[in-house]
Design a binder for this molecule. Structure first.
Ligand code: NAP
Length: 213
């Protein structure tokens, strides 16, 4: 949570975590052991808990990755689908019980009418909205009422108190091979801006990291 800078003064010791699994790659502590890249981890955890999991991603390469390496049941390339509503109907003929929201905008608008009665939407982020001067309105919100949907946002920092439990659980899955990790590593501090901007066009495949020699 520190800045991208040469020196950082951390005054709150509560914001520091001990690395309890130095046998795992250190980079995992910036990624999978700190819950990112979010979508790949959420999908794999959902599979472990027995869900039917479908991912929406922005390239055929990522579709392939979800279905092979990450074990998703299905995936589609939202940039190629002419009609998101039709894509969701194809993947979820009986509707969606749980939507993990990372995107917002057109995807959320298409998901809402495809939710099942009493469905749940965990709102983690809305990356499609962050750089818009005029954020999109949110159509179809009445579906929350008609379908009795529960939609709730959260921030990771609210759960720092249970971090050790999370670390142990994920470290266990990693060691058992139940979770796969893909990292996208750029080299050199001069590449930080390009790597950061790349997140907003889907340039990264997996957790974006920048190594500094
Ligand atoms: N609530 C929290 O505490 C918390 C903490 C961390 C992150 N988050 C949120 O979690 C989400 C994922 O973050 P991350 O760090 O894991 O990033 P990430 O998935 O590694 O990278 C962002 C991905 O978002 C997709 N994307 C970019 N612009 C998009 C658009 N306009 N429409 C649809 N997809 C788009 C791109 O994939 P494609 O190629 O598939 O388009 C890109 O690879 C973000 O919304 C972020 O704000 C929330």
């Amino acid at each position: 949570m520190s800045g991208c800078e040469e020196y950082t003064l951390i005054t709150d010791p509560e914001s520091l975590f001990k690395i309890n699994h130095p046998e795992l790659p250190l980079s995992y502590y910036t990624g999978v052991l700190a819950s990112g890249a979010v979508g790949q981890l959420v999908g794999q955890l959902a599979k472990i808990t027995g869900c039917y999991v479908v991912g929406s991603v922005g390239s055929d390469e990522k579709v392939n990755l979800l279905k092979t390496k990450f074990g998703f049941d299905d995936a589609f390339n939202y940039k190629k689908e002419e009609d998101l509503n039709a894509a969701l109907k194809r993947c979820f003929p009986q509707g969606i019980d749980i939507y993990f929201e990372n995107v917002g905008g057109a995807m959320l608008a298409a998901v809402l009418p495809n939710m099942r009665m009493n469905g749940r939407i965990a709102v983690c982020g809305m990356i499609s909205q962050y750089n818009l001067e005029q954020p999109n309105g949110a159509p179809n919100l009445f579906c929350l009422v008609a379908k009795r949907i529960r939609m709730e946002g959260f921030m990771v920092l609210d759960y720092f108190g249970t971090y050790n439990k999370f670390e142990e659980e994920i470290a266990g899955y990693l060691k058992e091979g139940k979770i796969s990790v893909v990292e996208d590593v750029a080299e050199g501090i001069e590449n930080v801006p390009t790597a950061l901007i790349g997140l907003f066009s889907g340039h990264n495949i997996g957790k974006q990291l920048v190594t500094i020699a």
